[in-house]
Design a protein around this ligand. Structure first.
Ligand code: FE
Ligand code: FE
Ligand code: ZN
Length: 276
């Protein structure tokens, strides 16, 4: 069965997210590990986690995707920025061990004039500090739109990070359809070619999740503005082809479109109807 869901607010805890996901016909979801602008995470409520694990099993929910705060920059130019990224990721990953077998997605970062190579090395250094043998969470590098000095707009850059990680089995990639489109990969007109390129550069076995978004901008715009499904330049039919693609259809799909719950419910229904 198609694994699809959306980004949800984590303010009411894990059990509540599972119930909300199920209410809109989702069987996966994504959440921010803490306030997306950074800051301290609430203490993990073990009772809530236990109740979630039981309910998620009943509802057939999971794997789920935790998203690191998007302000986190593992390759920032200032030491304290990198330090914050490292501490946040280490703390998030230790919390995720309470929900083993899920994903932790993060934006590789922005190199802010240090150059892509330096950025890649700093990101890999961070991963080599926070990844511990035996951890049961897979850390995902998100494909980026390549705006500003973002690292991860090219598949080659993600490959170079992965090449430098000492525990590569704990790593994967999350492909964001809006981001790759904005980065210049034509998933609407040439999906097979883009996936072949992904396979040759990174390896499709590394692809663990898809962020399913339309884009408010044309191919290669390097902007990163998400649109509702069918209201952007990628289009609903092209996104349905992404979901139906034999190389992708077993992955979890997470909508990050500008919607309230009713809008997410309609988009989930659309993909369930068109893609089975
Ligand atoms: Fe993201
Ligand atoms: Fe995304
Ligand atoms: Zn985005």
């Amino acid at each position: 069965m198609l694994k699809i869901g959306c980004h949800l607010s984590s303010s009411k805890g894990f059990l509540s997210m599972a119930e909300t996901a199920a209410k809109i016909n989702g069987n996966t979801f994504q959440f921010f590990t803490r306030n997306p602008r950074g800051g301290k995470a609430k203490a993990l409520d073990q009772e809530d986690v236990d109740a979630y694990l039981k309910r998620a099993k009943e509802l057939g929910i999971g794997p789920i995707v935790a998203h690191a705060p998007y302000t986190l920059n593992a390759c920032g130019a200032e030491e304290r920025v990198r330090e914050f990224a490292l501490e946040t990721m280490a703390d998030d990953l230790s919390r995720m061990e309470h929900l083993p077998g899920n994903y932790y997605n993060f934006h590789p970062g922005s190199h802010v004039k240090q150059g892509t190579e330096t950025g890649i090395c700093l990101i890999a250094d961070t991963l080599n500090t926070v990844l511990k043998p035996g951890q049961r969470t897979t850390v995902l590098l998100e494909t980026m739109a390549g705006k500003g000095s973002e690292v991860g707009g090219r598949f080659e850059e993600l490959r170079e990070i992965l090449d430098r990680v000492e525990l590569p089995d704990q790593m994967g990639v999350c492909l964001d359809t809006c981001h790759v489109w904005d980065a210049g990969y034509d998933i609407a007109g040439h999906l097979d070619e883009v996936l072949t390129e992904f396979d040759q550069v990174i390896g499709l076995h590394r692809l663990k999740a898809i962020h399913l978004n339309d884009s408010r901008n044309p191919l290669g715009a390097r902007k990163d503005r998400h649109a509702k499904i069918g209201e952007g330049f990628i289009g609903a039919e092209a996104l349905a082809r992404v979901v139906r693609h034999p190389a992708l259809r077993d992955l979890p799909f997470v909508l990050e479109t500008p919607n309230e719950l009713d809008g997410y419910e309609r988009e989930i229904a659309f993909f369930r109807e068109t893609c089975g």
